[in-house]
Each structure stands twice: as C-alpha cells, then as structure tokens.
Design a protein around this ligand. Structure first.
Ligand code: PMT
Length: 426
C-alpha cells in the first residue's frame, strides 16, 4: 500500500507529451490519456496524420483538456505552443503506439512531422511503446533501429506477444495501457536522482554585494542604501548548497559567511577590478551589488572647501563600467544572474536589463524608502527567457534559498543543453 502511494505520486504535475502514431493500437492511447490524467499529469497530445485516420483528435482534446497538436507549420498552433515550446515544456515524451515507420524516423534523426521534430528538439526522456505486425517487429531493419534508439537513451515498453489485429500471432502487440503507465513511472523513478544535499559541489560562484562609494574628495563620496544583506544571504545559501563562493563586497558592516572568500571593493571601478581578477574559474556570477552608474569625473585631491561666494557646487559625473554586462558579454560560458532595483515598471525594466545585458536570469525588486534596500524582508520577481516566478515577501535568508534553488535548476538545465549542442557540433 505504501509502495503504491509513492508510485502514485510520481506523475503528479509532470508534463507529459503523449505522441500517437498511425496504428490500430491508437484506440488504446485514449485509455492511456485517461490514466495519465488520473495520475494528475499535465497531458498534451501530439498525433501524426496517420494516427488521425485511426482515431479522432477530439477524443484526445476531451480526455487531455488541451488542444491536440498535429501540424508542424500551423501558424495558429505555433503562436499557442510551437514545436520548440512543446519540446521544452515536456518532462517526458511517451509515444504509444510507436509504429515501425516512426521508430525508423527517430533512429535516423528525421524531423518530417511535429512529433519527430519535437523529439529532436527535446531534452526530456523519450519512452516508446512499439506496436506493429510480428513480421515487421522481427525485421532486421526494425531490430537495428530499436538497438540504435536504445543506444540513444530512449526507453522501450513492450511490445507484448499475442494475437494481432491482422490475424498473426507473435511479438508486436502494444502493451496494455496500465503496463505502459507502470513502465513509465518505473523509468522516471529510476531517472529521478535522490535529492542531493550539495548539488553545487565543485561549482565556483561569484557574488557581488553591497553598495559602492564614489569619491568626491578624500572625505566625501556618493553611495546608496544597500546594506549587503541580500548578497551575503545569497553567499551563505550558495555555500550551503556546496558551491565554492567568492564574495566581492562593497563597504558593509557584515561578517564574512563561514567558508566564503571575501574581497573588498570600495568604488565601482575597484569592484570591476576585483571581479576581473577572480573571474577565471567562475561558472555562476550573481550581481546583487548596488553599483553606482556614475562617479565624479575627477575627484578632488583635497577636501573641497565651502566658500562665501558660491551657494551651489556642480559635480561632473562620468559613467562607470557596467560590471555585469561586461562579464556576460566577455564570458558567454558563465551563467549570469543580475538584479534589477526599480521604483516603477519593475517587470518591464527588468526584462530590458535581462535582454540588454544578455543574462540568463534576473531578480527584480521594487525599491524605495525602507523597501528593498537595508531591510530584512523583501519580495522578488525572478525572470528568465521563457518564464518567471514571484517569490512573495519573506526574509532575505529565505529569499536567497529560494533564488539559489531556481539558479541551481536553471544552471543544471543550461549545462545539459550546452553539452548536447557540443556533442552535435563535434
Ligand atoms: O543590499 P541590501 O540592503 O540587502 O539590498 C538589496 C538590493 C536592493 C541592493 C538588491 O536586492 C538589488 O536590487 N541589487 C541590485 C541593485 C542595482 O544596482 O540594480 P540596477 O537595476 O541598478 O542594476 C542592474 C544590475 O546591474 C545589478 O545586478 C547590478 O549589480 C548590475 N550593475 C549595475 C551597474 C554597474 N555599473 N555594474 C553592474 O554590475
């Protein structure tokens, strides 16, 4: 009973693409769709043209609660969810029935319909439930294709042996829907790594934190209200996840978290120099610091004196280097996370920064008097290329932990995509 309960939980909220190809067993896919929904999975159905000749897509629309996907070049479907979105959306792709023809296409990397194209584009595991006549199954072409697909990491469930629709008897019947669901769950369970305590072990992370001070003269400077609390909380959280953490800190009154290496930086230029000096081994760069965008062009070498004649004093400011943008442009292999501190249009400006600075992710916060800066609690809107997540108000320690979980997930995903594209180019 306990075992059943844990198995039942495995498909809950999993995004599953049910691919249906053209075989008589397509009618059993309706039961599969129903069983997947009963397991609380999110189901999207993708049918080939020949599957549609066997069973009406409306059946699957009703069972899955989503429109059925069929055409690769349908502008309406593309606008709603095109092949790349589908490929990214999927946690796994289950093709049942998988005909000999589709298996051959997958084995040779063809992409001539929506289903085969999204299989090429997805990083999700692909599970196949073959269904065909016993002679076709035993054919050496099919057997070679099967071997090849298994070498590529695709998983087979079935086929079973028995009486076939064509009157033959032998291997080639699609497994029963319940068997396929159990096989899928078993496979996904094997794939799910045990929660790691230190998922960022061996990863080098650099974090900038705190304010910068831009000298006006030897005793005065321009600064902002950043206390460093957010950046230091992120440093603690990254360290807890096993990362090796380098903190480049503006002037703050906070202790260095245990195990973290800290370098001080007073001005934006100091911070830039420190970042450049230690960036070489870094895989993830998180810019929490409130860096001055402008600094006095020529700081006075002596204290500026008040004079009886002038009531105003003009300072000429010069733009500082954008540390974050420079790191992301010059080190495209580094996973970059920026912050956006805004008093208005928070999401809009944050998205501009995400794009202009070419970042992997940005954490946006509304700032103002006693908001964002120098307080213990905050809220963040975390945005990346295809998604966003609101982290509601809580302590900066909690926020840092939630943010680091998101960074870890996206960093690991990014690594898989990079490794795949490296394999493809080699
Ligand atoms: O330190 P706390 O008191 O805890 O407050 C936290 C915080 C409000 C400082 C933090 O949550 C935050 O929003 N940090 C970013 C502040 C900021 O300077 O935002 P920005 O929108 O001006 O800059 C965008 C990004 O570019 C930031 O990641 C910033 O570090 C980076 N930047 C900006 C200018 C510059 N010259 N170099 C940079 O690297």
């Amino acid at each position: 009973m306990v075992e059943y309960a844990t198995i039942m939980a495995e498909l809950t909220h999993k995004n599953i693409i049910l691919g249906i190809t053209g075989g008589i067993a397509a009618y059993k896919a309706a039961v599969l769709a129903r069983l997947l929904k009963a397991e609380n999975a999110n189901v999207r159905v993708c049918m080939t043209d020949s599957a549609i000749t066997f069973i009406n897509p409306l059946t699957f629309q009703a069972l899955s609660g989503n429109p059925v996907h069929n055409t690769l070049l349908d502008p309406h479907a593309e606008a709603a969810m095109g092949h790349i979105e589908l490929a990214r959306w999927a946690d796994s792709v289950l093709i049942a029935p998988a005909t000999a023809n589709t298996l051959a296409k997958l084995a040779t990397g063809q992409a001539d319909n929506l289903l085969t194209t999204l299989c090429l584009a997805t990083c999700a595991p692909i599970i196949l439930a073959p269904a065909m006549n016993q002679a076709m199954w035993n054919n050496s072409f099919t057997q070679k294709n099967i071997k090849r697909l298994q070498q590529y990491g695709m998983q087979l469930i079935g086929p079973d042996s028995g009486n076939q629709a064509c009157g033959d008897h032998g291997l080639g019947r699609m497994s029963e829907p319940e068997t396929i669901i159990n096989g899928l769950k078993k496979y996904l369970q094997q794939q799910t790594p045990a929660p790691q305590q230190h998922p960022l072990a061996n990863i080098n992370i650099m974090i900038t934190a705190g304010p910068t001070r831009e000298a006006i003269d030897p005793v005065r400077y321009i600064t902002n209200r950043s206390s460093g609390k957010m950046g230091y909380a992120i440093a603690r959280s990254a360290q807890k996840l096993g990362a090796s953490v380098t903190l480049i800190s503006g002037t703050v009154a906070l202790d260095c978290p245990q195990g973290v290496t800290r370098y001080w930086a007073e001005s934006a230029n100091d911070m830039y120099q420190q970042v450049k000096a230690h960036i070489a081994p870094i895989q993830i760069f998180i810019a929490t610091a409130a860096v001055a965008d402008y600094a006095p062009q020529t700081p006075a070498t002596r204290k500026i004196k008040k004079t009886a004649e002038t009531d105003t004093l003009t300072l000429t400011l010069q733009k500082n280097v954008d540390i974050l943008a420079s790191i992301s442009h010059e080190n495209p292999h580094v996973f970059t996370v920026g912050f956006a501190a805004e008093t208005e249009n928070v999401e809009h400006y944050a998205r501009e920064k995400l794009n202009n600075k070419k970042l992997n992710m940005i954490a946006a916060n509304q700032v103002g008097h006693k908001q964002g800066f120098d307080v213990d609690e905050n809220t963040l809107l975390v945005i990346w290329e295809n998604g966003k997540k609101s982290l509601p108000i809580t302590t900066k320690t909690q926020l840092a932990e939630q943010l680091m979980q998101l960074i870890n997930q996206h960093y690991q995903k990014d690594q898989i995509v990079r490794t795949r594209s490296n394999h493809e180019t080699n």
